[in-house]
Ligand binder design. Structure first.
Ligand code: GLN
Length: 303
């Protein structure tokens, strides 16, 4: 397609879908539509109701560029720069892992135990999706998000400002969202707990750390393997490196009766349970995801 004369919305969509199909992109129809809506600022109805709408030269070239990126396996979310998580829209880029639906299980489980005024630590926060969701859906809680990557923290900070700042505006009609956000959440660049010595203790630690075995990374789909940050995926030789560190060191940063919640891979439940038992955690539970696979482990630390 070199010329966009007379091209309609429906035809452009059809072209995009065909291109994605040819390159074996799964859900080609859905992704072609979402990208088209993003390029044209339209919504789902447009295809149904206004399929004969003519497209402009800008829309046409924007869509072509998007389809080219997607056929080279760049994830849709890195093209559009956003991902929904817990009903909130998070900004994402190549510096952060794209928030996964499975991780909502971790957030929902943590919310069952979250009380007003608690302090939460999110270790390996990435886009900040876990911590920001917990703070958004609770009252008067305060959180610290930690990541080794400064670039990731920049994304988390931006998400915090946008999502948590809004609460203040809606509730109090105040303009000081930055002030409010600062009171609610802070972001620390640190290799695990290294820079946390002078931070007050927490009631809850949550973490979705990198947990894929190094040898498995090369077998993942190109969208993940070639585009998502390696440092957000790689859990070292046996995939358990971060659990060992977080479970062994985390206790020092927890108040009495503090809880630890970690997301895990489907086959890591028993290993992580054993590590938590060894570190003195009690009431350990393994929670399954909607596919019936082990997804979250949590426990309490009494002193
Ligand atoms: N906590 C972030 C998330 O769940 C990032 C996780 C990671 O980088 N491993 O999306």
């Amino acid at each position: 397609m070199s010329c966009n004369k007379e091209l309609t919305y429906q035809e452009l969509y059809q072209w995009g879908m065909d291109r994605l199909r040819q390159r074996d992109i799964q859900e080609a129809g859905l992704e072609a539509r979402l990208l088209l809506e993003w390029c044209c600022g339209t919504d789902r109805n447009t295809l149904l109701v206004h399929g004969d709408r003519k497209i402009s030269a800008e829309e046409y070239s924007r869509y072509q560029a998007c389809i080219a990126k997607r056929t080279s396996h760049m994830p849709l979310q890195y093209i559009t720069g956003e991902q929904e998580f817990m009903g909130l829209t998070f900004t994402v880029n190549k510096d952060v892992l794209i928030p996964r639906q499975d991780t909502e299980i971790l957030v929902e489980e943590a919310m069952r135990y979250l009380h007003d005024g608690m302090r939460i630590l999110d270790m390996c926060t990435g886009s900040g999706c876990i911590l920001i969701s917990l703070l958004h859906y609770s009252n008067d809680c305060m959180g610290v998000g930690v990541d080794l990557s400064r670039e990731a923290l920049q994304v988390a900070r931006e998400n915090g400002e946008r999502i948590l700042g809004q609460i203040k505006e809606a509730e109090c009609e105040a303009v000081c969202s930055t002030e409010e956000t600062r009171r609610k959440v802070s972001w620390i660049c640190s290799n695990l707990f290294e820079q946390l010595d002078f931070v007050e203790k927490f009631d809850m630690i949550v973490s979705n750390p990198p947990y894929i075995r190094t040898s498995v990374i090369e077998t993942l789909m190109p969208e993940v393997r070639e585009y998502e940050p390696r440092s957000a995926l790689d859990g070292a030789e046996d995939g358990l490196y971060f659990y060992r560190e977080i479970i062994a060191q985390g206790g020092r940063y927890l108040n009495n009766e503090g809880m630890l919640f970690v997301e895990i891979g489907y086959d890591q439940g028993e290993d992580v349970r054993a590590l938590m038992e060894e570190a003195g955690y009690e009431e350990i539970e393994i929670v399954k995801d909607f596919a019936g696979l082990d997804r979250v482990v949590h426990g309490v630390l009494w002193r």
